[in-house]
Design a protein around this ligand. Structure first.
Ligand code: RFL
Ligand code: PHB
Length: 397
């Protein structure tokens, strides 16, 4: 089998890349280990930057996000028992959208398959060969048990944080920047109406809590916990007591309901450099992971592939690989800004296990500065709603 761009992984990065390439007349094939059903059921991100929604709309896959998602013009930071709104629309003229990642993926998969794209779901033993040559190969075993070699002009590694593609960059030429946080997030899905009109990011002496939403009937909530916590050890009553305590103050109470999904996730920051090696380009979580406090991961994956599309279009239209060298350093600038923002939100809002009373008071001082200063609030609003996409080649210069 042959394709111009072999894409490893049908997550947001891989699917958006295949969509953008197709619109520029560049064929691609996706190899994915999971089934379509598994992808469409996995609960992950909720927040889309305005630029991400605009891109989905511009490319014909945003109608449902617009109709069924919710536009939010700000978020609330709660500390010292009081809420403080950050007015995204007023500060930046931009907004965010609450629309679940698995719904984005349903929309993308349906659109790609309708357009005749090849997505090989359920592949196993996926490996990459000859990535430094002019003829790289993705090898895998298909659902029928047959080995397949997919010959490509270039490979896009879009296989997420546990992906294999970055390991094709030799250890000697790869730097892994990594930071683990001494806490995790306990996440729940709840059948209940919204407790607040916008997302609530709460700082408290007992630790962080986040009140988010999925639909008018289903809410998503998280609270900081030990990363080794077993979610099944918690009774529903204990979960609600913890959440209510962390957001308490000025009469605010969460509307409780049936908890129908729960889990604990680790918090880490990771960047792999370089993001390109030979004919292998990394995009999305396989190249960088951020703690979810800044709601940046999916949005960064989209920004990577917007850039990568420019690089590959130049290559396939003119035969020039001159932009290959620009991809990694250009993508990395946004990645490191997002790393900083995600780390900053995380450190400002969470209580480290060894936090002293000084640390907690200092965080409150920081939150007061951010919420009472237009400049401080504007920085948060600009970063949260997302920076403009970087472009390369004729569209960007
Ligand atoms: P994905 O989504 O992990 O997709 C990678 C795909 O590759 C497949 N795969 C392989 N395929 C072939 N061969 C292999 N060897 C393979 N190994 C893996 C996988 O099965 C999968 O289908 O990576 P991608 O495309 O880079 O997208 C990244 C985003 O999914 C991620 O950054 C976000 O979910 C992060 N995130 C959030 N991002 C936001 O922008 N806004 C948010 O509000 C937000 N909230 C979140 C989040 C992530 C969370 N979790 C669970 C980590 C909230 C949570 C709780
Ligand atoms: C979510 O709704 O899952 C969500 C929202 C905001 C975040 C992270 C996750 O910062």
């Amino acid at each position: 089998m042959r394709t111009r761009v072999g894409i490893v992984g049908a997550g947001p990065a891989g699917l958006v890349l295949s969509l953008l390439l197709a619109e520029r007349g560049i064929d691609s094939m996706i190899v994915e280990t999971r089934s379509r059903a598994a992808i469409e059921e996995t609960i992950r991100a909720g927040v889309l930057e305005q630029g991400t929604v605009d891109l989905l709309l511009d490319h014909g896959v945003g109608a449902r996000a617009l109709a069924e998602g919710a536009k939010h013009d700000g978020v609330e930071l709660r500390f010292g028992g009081q809420g403080h709104r950050i007015d995204f629309a007023g500060l930046t003229g931009r907004s965010i959208w609450l629309y679940p990642q698995h719904e984005v993926l349903k929309d993308l998969i349906a659109a790609r398959l309708k357009a005749g794209a090849v997505i090989r779901f359920g592949a196993s033993d996926v490996s990459l060969r000859d990535v430094a040559s002019d003829a790289p190969v993705i090898s895998f075993v298909d659902t029928g048990g047959s080995p397949v070699d997919l010959r490509c002009d270039v490979i896009a590694g879009c296989d997420g944080s546990a992906g294999i593609s970055r390991h094709s960059i030799p250890d000697a030429g790869r730097v892994d920047f990594f930071r683990a946080y001494p806490f995790g997030w306990f996440g729940i899905l709840v059948e209940a109406p919204r407790s607040a009109p916008e997302l609530v990011y709460a700082h408290s002496e007992r630790g962080f809590a986040l009140i988010s939403t999925r639909t008018p009937e289903v809410q998503r909530m998280y609270f900081q916990c030990d990363p080794e916590e077993n979610a099944d050890d918690w009774s529903d009553d204990r979960i609600w007591e913890e959440l209510q305590t962390r957001v308490a103050g000025d009469g605010f109470r969460l509307t409780e309901g049936r908890i129908f999904q729960r889990g604990v996730l680790p918090m880490r920051s990771y960047v792999c450099e370089p993001m390109r090696y030979g004919r292998l380009f990394l995009a999305g979580d396989v190249a960088h992971t951020v703690p979810p406090t800044g709601a940046k991961g999916l949005n960064l994956a989209v920004a990577d592939v917007v850039l990568l599309t420019d690089v590959l279009e130049r290559y396939f239209t003119s035969g020039s690989s001159e932009l290959f060298d620009d991809y990694g350093p250009t993508a990395a600038r946004r990645v490191w800004r997002a790393q900083h923002f995600s780390w900053w939100m995380t450190s400002m809002l969470h209580t480290a296990p060894d936090a002293s009373p000084f640390d907690v008071r200092r965080q409150i001082g920081e939150l007061e500065s951010v919420t009472s200063s237009t400049a401080g609030s504007a920085y948060l609003a600009e970063a949260y709603t997302g920076w403009p996409f970087a472009r390369l080649g004729p569209r960007g210069g």
